[in-house]
Design a protein around this ligand. Sequence first.
Ligand code: MN3
Length: 205
Amino acid sequence: MVKYELPKLPYAYDALEPHIDAKTMEIHHTKHHQAYTNGLNTALESLSSELQNMELTKLLSSLDKVPENVRGAVNFHGGGYDNHTLFWNNMKPNGGGTPGGKVSDAIKSVFGSFDTFKEKFSKDSGAIQGSGWGWLAYNPATKKVEFTTMPNQTSPRTKGLIPLLGLDVWEHAYYLKYQNRRPDYITAWWNVVNWDEVENRLSKV
Ligand code: MN3
């Protein structure tokens, strides 16, 4: 059976300063993401070998095939594993700005303008009650991008969507630096968005 391992960060813990502080990054990666990794490995132990060997992205979009007694654990820890792997890579030092290429076109065709999209993404992610994520995702059914929020660690893949850009708004992602000021964290986060990675993901759908 595949044993998932905590992926390495593509940059140093302090690389996203001052927008996201080093201590938050270190704890988020070595404690939280590690916990989802461990939880996923434990959940997989009770699955059939067919499901154990399925790619995680496929497994998350096929949760109906997972026995009910372990489905919640796969949804939570598998989603947490995949979401955070995406998250680290959709940030980079000196990121931000506006996207170009296909991402820009896709956003404008749905939201009208990048600014309208950014405002909606920020506002609706900020309004998530409790823990969750804001996502820009590609919908293969409509062949368009869309914005969606997801609760806790539930992956957009569970709705048949392909995640392009995710924002973790769990308190563990910002509390040390921003305390209760989630909107300030979101405003700062736009400065580290890695649009090249988003373009890369969209080009593969
Ligand atoms: Mn997190």
